[in-house]
Design a binder for this molecule. Structure first.
Ligand code: PMP
Length: 427
């Protein structure tokens, strides 16, 4: 199709007029997109970008099978979720088949935030307690309570709620502990958190953890950490919630689910982002007795959660993921990419640490021995000018976040590394 004639600066001005300036756009020079296909994104003038950032279109932008499934179902029926419909049943059967045996009942919602919000409600209802433990700098979403459960927003954005305790980030690169004892050493912080919640009369309802530790800077947590904290929380009567919004559905390469890399089976997992390749869909999966306890106490109903169109989108996405072996691709391309980046470290020591799993890759940027957000931002903006899209992450904003759609191939990774080399040489 002929490129659209659109003035991006004028569009940005119109956006500020109606959405305000507070909702940020990425990059110093914002990217205006009209079309996406696979791992490529296109501007109105036809300029193509390599997408090394977006995890939501996990089976690729504009995936025809997902688009057709949505369109077909939308023309046929999209109705109230209290009617019987095969799609949601079929999808729940296929989804739970990918999860450990106990995680067998699904509650459908529309976003990761809603799934995490439901997790806290379920945990409170079951345990009769109110305390929650989260990781330093964790991000879990936007509802009032989930925002409170997200230290990412920082101490100035909100007051620290009395029912929440925050754990020290288990970061072997930057943190206090490393070596074989690091997992157990970091896990000791949960003893303090449990004692504090009990002393304040809350007790522990749940521990909520993003098993990819994305907003911590995609840290490689020390072995044994997650199992140790999970054990302590359960011993205190709390439930373990795995936030799989980032780490689920094959991205981590080695395993289909992020928690599996840590050798933990959570009591609940929360899902979103890549679940339906961009169609807004979320879910919580838990053990039947846990969900039954909640639905006995609370009449839970989501108007859109699990509707026939969302279920069709999620089903098509899961089928493509499995048939095109995208988890295996994430593993292979991710390994190649980390190897290439490790090669670049020799020439550019400012790449202080290369880490991650599958297609969730973090690169720590240092300048004069200190984390440098400024330099990380310059690199991300430089790559954007070179038509490769990545982001920045972490408590200091100095970690390059590379998290492409899962069809990302080794030649795409090679293009990314070449572009990065160019940017680094030009600094
Ligand atoms: N959990 C994690 C780990 C996330 O990264 C996000 C989104 N960035 C959420 C939850 C919230 O998901 P949503 O934006 O769909 O509400």
């Amino acid at each position: 199709a002929a490129p659209l004639e659109v003035d991006s600066a004028a569009l940005a001005a119109r956006r500020f007029n109606v959405l305000g300036k507070g909702l940020e756009l990425s990059y110093e020079q914002p990217v205006h997109l009209v079309y996406g296909q696979g791992v490529h994104l296109y501007a109105p003038d036809g300029t193509d970008y390599l997408d090394a950032y977006n995890n939501v279109p996990s089976v690729g932008h504009g995936n025809a099978r997902v688009a057709e499934a949505i369109s077909r179902q939308m023309r046929r029926l999209c109705a109230n979720t209290r009617y019987l419909h095969e799609n949601v049943v079929e999808y729940a059967e296929r989804l739970t088949a990918t999860l450990p045996d106990g995680l067998a009942h699904v509650l459908f919602v529309n976003s990761g935030s809603e799934a995490n919000d439901a997790a806290y409600r379920i945990a409170k209802a079951l345990t009769g307690k109110t305390g929650a433990i989260v990781m330093a700098n964790a991000y879990h979403g936007i509802t009032d309570v989930v925002a409170a459960l997200s230290p990412y927003y920082g101490p100035f954005a909100q007051k620290q709620e009395d029912f929440i305790e925050v754990l020290e980030s288990p970061d072997p690169f930057r943190g206090r502990f490393s070596g074989p004892e690091a997992g157990a050493a970091y896990a000791r912080d949960v003893d303090r958190a449990i004692a504090a919640l009990e002393a304040r009369g809350h007790g522990v309802a749940m521990l909520l953890i993003d098993s990819a530790f994305v907003s911590n800077g995609i840290v490689d947590t020390p072995p044994g950490y997650f199992t140790a904290v999970a054990e302590k929380v359960r011993a205190a009567g709390g439930l373990v919630v795995g936030d799989e919004v980032q780490s689920g559905f094959g991205r981590m390469g080695e395993t289909f689910w992020g928690f599996a890399r840590h050798g933990v089976v959570p009591d609940m997992v929360t899902l979103g982002k890549p679940m339906a390749n961009g169609h807004p869909t979320g879910a919580l999966v838990t053990r039947p007795e846990i969900l039954a306890d909640f639905t006995r106490k609370i009449d839970f109903f989501s108007t859109f959660g699990g509707n026939p169109v969302s279920a069709a989108a999620a089903l098509a996405t899961l089928e493509v993921l499995q048939q095109e072996k995208l988890q295996q691709n994430a593993r292979k391309t991710g390994e190649f990419l980390r190897n290439e980046l490790a090669g670049l470290q020799v020439e550019f020591p400012l790449l202080a640490d290369v880490r991650g799993a599958g297609l969730m890759v973090g690169v720590e940027i240092y300048e004069e021995g200190q984390p440098s957000q400024k330099l990380a931002k310059r690199i991300a903006n430089g790559l954007r000018q070179a038509r490769v899209l990545i982001g920045t992450e972490g408590p200091d904003g100095n970690v390059l976040k590379i998290r492409p759609p899962l069809p990302f191939a080794t030649q795409d990774a090679a293009r990314l590394v070449e572009a990065l080399r160019g940017v680094l040489r030009g600094l």
